[in-house]
Design a protein around this ligand. Structure first.
Ligand SMILES: NC(=O)c1ccc[n+]([C@@H]2O[C@H](COP(=O)([O-])OP(=O)(O)OC[C@H]3O[C@@H](n4cnc5c(N)ncnc54)[C@H](O)[C@@H]3O)[C@@H](O)[C@H]2O)c1
Length: 283
């Protein structure tokens, strides 16, 4: 199957970016959110990103206008009734996601593929709430979506080869590099990244070094573009804690226990950049 049109559910930081890359690649896009404010904010983010591309000579003003014209916003989920592919990027909450998938299963055409951008929730369990589990898959974009090349494509145990191939081809059509992984807690990206971030937090907790020193070691010694504690602040410390809990519970292995300092920061509302304070203070 060739995908021609898509709907992105959720117009937050990920959804707006996903809608943008599909529109830039020429797909007909519907962007859905419950909140009209989120839709307007999503469009404004897209416009800002594309304007920067025009300024830098990466695209023309006409291409920018054409891209934006390919995106239609809607707060009605029923508008998914003519879509080939739907990518869900709502909040990281299993109850919310399963409800969206059950509705999409009723609304979308029989041939439609239903993908989720979840960072950590089991795709197999999401697929199981639908009557088309073989057409459900994980399409894990990285933040910021227009910049990052990777799409981690996660196969639920039920996902068919045909669904996988269609999604792989679609990711390539976006100019992205799809990488195939199977559905286990944290997939590959967060299973490797999050324990490193958690361990970096332990070094601060145990007084091994200050946050700045930890970040310098990884930047200068391992050539990481940013230190793990800065990255944790950008991702959001609540999200980091949530993913560590998924790993800890999913594998039942104490090596994934979240650092008490991470829990304490989250309890204090120190969530990183978005709240103005995490391991660093933001204006
Ligand atoms: N932030 C990241 O770095 C990152 C990276 C990869 C994947 N993800 C995953 O992407 C998903 C979205 O994350 P985000 O950071 O964009 O979140 P966000 O909070 O910025 O956006 C979520 C949006 O979903 C909307 N929403 C909530 N329930 C909805 C519903 N039932 N129908 C339609 N819209 C609904 C909200 O109004 C909000 O605008 C999550 O599953 C997250 O784990 C996030």
């Amino acid at each position: 199957m060739t995908i021609k049109n898509v709907m992105v559910i959720g117009a937050g930081q990920m959804g707006a970016g996903i809608a943008q890359v599909f529109a830039q690649a020429g797909f007909d896009v519907k962007l859905n959110d419950l909140s009209e404010e989120a839709l307007q904010k999503g469009l404004a983010t897209m416009e800002k990103f594309l304007s920067r591309n025009v300024e830098k000579g990466r695209m023309t003003e006409e291409e920018k206008t054409e891209t934006l014209n390919r995106v239609e916003t809607t707060s009605t989920l029923n508008d998914a009734n003519d879509r080939d592919l739907v990518i869900e990027a709502v909040v990281e909450n299993m109850d919310v996601k399963t409800k969206v998938f059950q509705q999409l299963d009723q609304i979308t055409p029989k041939h439609a593929i239903l993908a989720t951008n979840t960072s950590s929730l089991p795709i197999t369990d999401i697929a199981a709430v639908t009557e088309r589990p073989e057409q459900v898959i994980g399409m894990h974009f990285m933040n910021p979506v227009p910049v990052m090349k990777l799409v981690e494509v996660i196969r639920a145990i039920q996902t068919s080869d045909e669904t996988y191939q269609t999604v792989e081809e679609t990711a390539k059509a976006l100019g992205k590099s799809p990488v195939e992984v199977n559905d286990y807690p944290g997939f590959v990206s967060n299973r490797v990244l999050m324990p490193m971030i958690n361990e970096a937090i332990y070094t601060v907790y145990e007084g091994v070094a200050e946050p700045e020193a930890v970040d310098e070691v990884l930047k200068l010694g391992m050539n990481h573009p940013m230190g793990p504690l800065t990255l944790a602040d950008f991702i959001g410390l609540d999200t980091c804690l949530y993913i560590m809990e998924v790993l800890y519970e999913g594998f039942g292995d104490t090596k994934y226990r979240p650092c008490p300092l991470l829990k304490k920061y989250v309890s204090a509302g120190w969530l990183g950049k978005k709240s103005g304070r995490g391991f660093y203070v933001y204006e």
